[in-house]
Structures are given as structure tokens and as C-alpha cells.
Design a protein around this ligand. Sequence first.
Ligand SMILES: [Mg+2]
Length: 266
Amino acid sequence: MRAEPGQAPTWALDLDGVVWLAGRALPGAAQAVAVVRSAGRRVVFLTNNSGPLLREHVAALGAVGIPCGPEDVATSAQAAAALLEPGSRVAMVGDRGLAEALADRALDVVAPDDHPAALVVGRTLQLDYAELSAAATAVREGARFIATNTDATFPTPERLLPGAGAVVAFVATAAGRQPEVAGKPGTAMVELVDRRYGGVEWMVGDRADTDGAFARLAGARFGLVLSGVTKATDLPVEPSPDLVADDLAGLVGSVLGLAPPPVTAP
Ligand SMILES: [Mg+2]
């Protein structure tokens, strides 16, 4: 998508599998971001990870050498909250980042068994059968059902862990209904990004089904990196990337025609 006059073209970077794996920086990522910025582009971070607080995302980026502010980070939790009218009664299954986004939207957060008008489900590390059962009942009784995202997995340096999609599937299966998806590739995330940043020139991610589909909806080019969920043996993927690179540093070098500065040990 074309930037507004006077506005820097925006590069949107996914976090998990692009910038880091479970917070452990991927080699060359910070230098690559610096190269994009020095080429006159704004860099923003679009994550489907609804777990951390916004300030934790910002602190984690700073810790790997990527200074930014909260306005540079858009999460699936924020996209989910944006779908709901302030003041409406909503229940959640998720972690602190989702609670923060719902509070920032001035939603009235109630327990799943307290007849919410909507239920938002994200990734949580504290699975509770009774809570999930109440959540499924709320959906079966008519609550609007929103998933922060439906990523099947979450990449870490050691292995893939179950993602939000696995938690969402529990509720969807028990309730017999599929959710609206807010984060990538949901339209709520596209609209959030359009409102905030005025569109995206490049979307760089490690998943075609989320990052690639988002790029198509947002009118952005899709750069696929093989440093996260998707491996070379998984290719080809749909939507087809505009460019495939081993990692962010390689992709930035190809697109901007610049070699990133040499990687130095932290
Ligand atoms: Mg990712």
C-alpha cells in the first residue's frame, strides 16, 4: 500500500521467527532493522502474540538492540479489542497482554460464566478446564466469539509449542462454532494497521497463512523468512511470497540492495 504524502513508507515485521525466537534474538535482526530505518522507512512490529504486556514487547525489542516505542507495536490483542464497543461486557481466556488491551479499550471484563456479550480467546500458559468449559458455554449461549489469532504453533529455539489456535480449537470444538479471527490475517489487524500507520509497503514474516495472507489483504509485498516456523522443505507456500530469504538480514539486503553491517557478537 502506498504511504500518505509526507509519511515514511512502513515496513511491518513479525516478531516471533523474524526478530527472535522466544525472545532470543535472531542473528543480524537488529542490524537489519537499522538498515531499513536508515533507508528512510518506518519500522513497526505486528505480532499475533497476545501474551506479553505492550511495555514488555518494547523492553524485549530494546534488549535485542531495537529501540522503539509502544506506538510501533501492534498486537492481535489490540486488534481483538478494537472489534468491540467500549463499555461492552466481555470475557477472556488469555494472558496479561490481552487483559491490558481489553482494559485500554475500556471494556467491561467479566468472568466467562457471567453471561458476557463477547468472549475473546488468546494464547495462555495457564490452561484451566473449568474456565475453558465456561467459555465454551458462553459461546454456545450466543456470546460473540473472537480469537486473537489461530496460529497452530509458537516457535522457540528448541521446538514448536502449541499456539493460540490450539486453545481456540478447544473452545470452538466444544461450542460447535468457529471464531472471528482478529490478528493476522484477520481484517481487524489490517484495519488497525491502516488507521495507525497508513498502510504497509513490506510485511516480513515466517508464516504464509498469517503474515502472507495479511500482506495480501493489506496490499503489501510479502517477504518470507526461513528463520521461524517455515523451513525450506515446506516451500512452496500459499500465498506465494514476493521474496524468500534465510532471515531478516538477508531479506533486507535483497530488497534494499544493501549489505547489512557485519554481525557482531553481543
Ligand atoms: Mg512469526
